[in-house]
Design a protein. Structure first.
Length: 74
């Protein structure tokens, strides 16, 4: 399954908020630099959905397309 994620970096708290069908707002404490925010997004979504998470597109953008897979399918 693929979802669209808008990312807010350097937030006070980390959270995942559902904005619509297949669309989420993710807040992370990590900065944008050196991919730290991407790593934080992956870790947070992995805990939220309890599945494997991969960024499909938007590595340098605040809007990302994320692929979610069941752990058994990996």
């Amino acid at each position: 399954m693929r979802i669209t994620v808008d990312v807010k970096v350097e937030s006070r708290e980390e959270s995942v908020e559902k904005l619509g069908e297949g669309w989420f707002l993710v807040r992370v404490k990590a900065p944008r630099k050196k991919g730290k925010a991407n790593i934080a997004v992956i870790k947070l979504l992995r805990r939220y959905f309890d599945c494997s998470v991969h960024i499909v597109s938007g590595f340098t953008s605040s809007r990302k397309i994320i692929e979610l897979q069941d752990k058994q399918a990996v």
